[in-house]
Design a protein around this ligand. Structure first.
Ligand SMILES: *[C@@H]1O[C@H](CO)[C@@H](O)[C@H](O)[C@H]1NC(C)=O
Ligand SMILES: *[C@@H]1O[C@H](CO)[C@@H](O)[C@H](O)[C@H]1NC(C)=O
Ligand SMILES: *[C@@H]1O[C@H](CO)[C@@H](O)[C@H](O)[C@H]1NC(C)=O
Length: 298
């Protein structure tokens, strides 16, 4: 009598109702550059030999992502998680991992629930993203600093010209320079607001475009700043325009190679271009203040 009861007790403890055993993964860290995110879930003691005997569902917090019912071999996905997929073949081997496109895979807790021949279990893990800003830190700092310095040097030159034309403040040149300067400043500020915060995203790449392309305005303004240029000033104007145009070409090349790339490799083209544009504004300022025979000593 007693031995029989002991056997019955043991068998019910040991095998009949054995729990599903989940691999103990508590968190996954994905790169914000990945396009597809895999959220792992492994069961080590699946007994079913056919998917018919298996059920799987995935939840994000309390929201259902995907339900797979083996008995009818049917998937259903929530509309917010259209990219969700699992592999039923892998599931038979105990691999219940979920794949999601990055835009649908938010940070937070994901739970997989597996049912195998009437046994059920779940496991929860947290998805986190590695914080990688878009450009390396040093390039990022330069990309932010140069456009602001450029604007500063531009307005300093504008200040010198204003003093020159103070007798005629509505001078065409002043109106052109001030409206272009305002346009430039506003685009750069809008660009900075979009570009500076967060990880690589569409918003950030639009921000970069806004932030660095307005330099082209400066190339055209060289002529208007120095006109009527004669003698030494004419040469200075031509040299400044040419070098700044080259800087702008470098900026566009760097932008082209970076704007859609999560881990850009040619950020140095961009920073070199921005540095040239900024230096040309600085030389323009120095020339205007100390070397221009027409404007100097005002
Ligand atoms: C588990 O399945 C996923 C696809 O659903 C796959 O990407 C992953 O490599 C598999 N893991 C192993 C250890 O085979
Ligand atoms: C996920 O769960 C862990 C442990 O329960 C908790 O500490 C953490 O705050 C949760 N994360 C989110 C984003 O809810
Ligand atoms: C996971 O399983 C435990 C016990 O089996 C249950 O209390 C819990 O509600 C389940 N969690 C989810 C998210 O289904």
């Amino acid at each position: 009598m007693w031995p029989l009861m002991a056997v019955l007790l043991l068998s019910s403890l040991c095998c009949g109702s054995a729990q599903l055993l989940f691999k103990n993964i508590n968190s996954v860290t994905a790169s914000s550059c990945d396009k597809v995110i895999a959220i792992p879930c492994y069961v080590s003691n699946i007994k079913a030999k056919e998917v018919k005997a298996l059920d799987l569902n995935w939840k994000f917090g309390n929201t259902v992502i995907l339900i797979f019912e083996g008995s009818v071999n049917k998937y259903s996905r929530a509309p917010k998680f259209e990219s969700a997929r699992v592999s039923t073949l892998a599931l038979l081997q105990g691999n219940a991992s979920l794949k999601l496109n990055k835009n649908e895979a938010k940070e937070g807790n994901y739970t997989c629930t597996v049912a195998d021949l009437g046994r059920e279990g779940n496991h929860t893990m947290e998805l986190k993203y590695r914080r990688a800003s878009w450009f390396p830190l040093s390039e990022n700092i330069l990309i932010i600093i140069f456009p602001f310095l450029t604007i500063l040097f531009f307005w300093a030159q504008f200040g010198i010209l204003i003093r020159k034309y103070k007798s005629n403040p509505m001078n065409k040149k002043i109106i052109l320079l001030s409206t272009s300067g305002l346009l430039l400043t506003i685009t750069v500020i809008v660009g900075a607001i979009l570009f500076i915060p967060g990880n690589y995203s569409k918003k950030k790449s639009y921000g970069l475009i806004f932030f660095v392309t307005p330099s082209v305005i400066l190339v055209f303004l060289q002529y208007h700043k120095f006109k009527p240029a004669i003698g030494r000033t004419l040469y200075a104007m031509i040299i400044l325009t040419t070098i700044q145009a080259l800087g702008f070409v470098l900026i566009m090349a760097g932008l082209y190679h970076s704007v859609t790339v999560c881990e850009p490799k040619y950020g140095s083209l961009l920073t070199a271009g921005l540095a040239i544009v900024t230096l040309v504004e600085l030389f323009g300022l120095i020339y205007m203040k100390w070397l221009d025979p027409l404007i100097g000593f005002l």
